[in-house]
Design a protein around this ligand. Structure first.
Ligand code: AMP
Length: 214
């Protein structure tokens, strides 16, 4: 099974993808995570991508499509995949068709999380993670039970993404509206799109996704 999770930044794609990894053994392919790893490791791709990411703009189509192709090549043919944060432009959607066809794969579902942008700004600017284990928290919705101590691993250091500030978030949303939302009709024409209310409680979003892919 190959699935695309679509939705603006902060819609919950990463959280829901993680749940599908746990429940269905799918592999999450997040171009955002791959790029952040490249920035951290200061690879040539990371060095090129850093300023673009910090500004909330989109990294070039060629770079992200190459990353996705390489990741798919490292998987066994039968390993299902969730694309999280890719494709984000029509050019990437076209590349993905070719990338999948070359590897004998096809897209089964495109799941779009519908969300309210203003609520998302609050959600994103409030989010942070444990530096040691990666558990997610939010200033507004989920704080550690003991202030300053991670519930999961007991760590005391937390971090925020540099692009989770309001100005950058607004740019990322504008990029989504201008470049990513317009690719939906490509998939709607194939009859594989499901729209899910991404503002519902997380467990309800998960159940709705489970129903779609069942
Ligand atoms: P994300 O973690 O998906 O919100 O991505 C963080 C940042 O990485 C984005 O704001 C872009 O700068 C870059 N990025 C991630 N995925 C893509 C993509 N598919 N195409 C272009 N840029 C991307």
């Amino acid at each position: 099974m190959n699935i695309i999770l679509l939705g603006p930044p902060g819609a919950g794609k990463g959280t829901q993808a993680q749940r599908l990894v746990d429940s269905h053994g799918l592999k999450q392919l997040s171009t955002g995570d791959m790029l952040r790893a490249a920035v951290k490791a200061a690879t040539p791709v990371g060095i090129k991508a850093k300023a673009v990411m910090d500004a909330g703009e989109l990294v070039s189509d060629d770079i992200v499509s190459a990353l996705i192709g390489d990741e798919l090549d490292a998987l066994s043919a039968g390993q299902g995949v969730i694309f999280d944060g890719y494709p984000r432009t029509a050019a990437q959607a076209n590349s993905l068709d070719a990338i999948l066809a070359e590897r004998g794969r096809k897209l089964d579902h495109v799941i779009e999380l519908d969300v309210d942008e203003n609520a998302l700004v609050v959600r994103i600017t409030g989010r942070y993670t444990c530096a040691a284990c990666g558990k997610g928290y939010n200033d507004h919705f989920e704080q550690p039970i003991v202030a300053g101590t991670c519930d999961k691993c007991g760590g005391h250091e937390f971090k925020r993404r540099p692009d989770d500030n309001e100005a950058t978030v607004r740019t990322r949303m504008a990029e989504y509206r201008a470049k990513t939302a317009p690719i939906l009709p490509i998939y709607e024409a194939r009859g594989i799109v499901a729209h899910i209310d991404g503002m519902a409680p997380m467990d309800e979003v998960t159940s709705a996704i489970e129903t779609v892919i069942a």
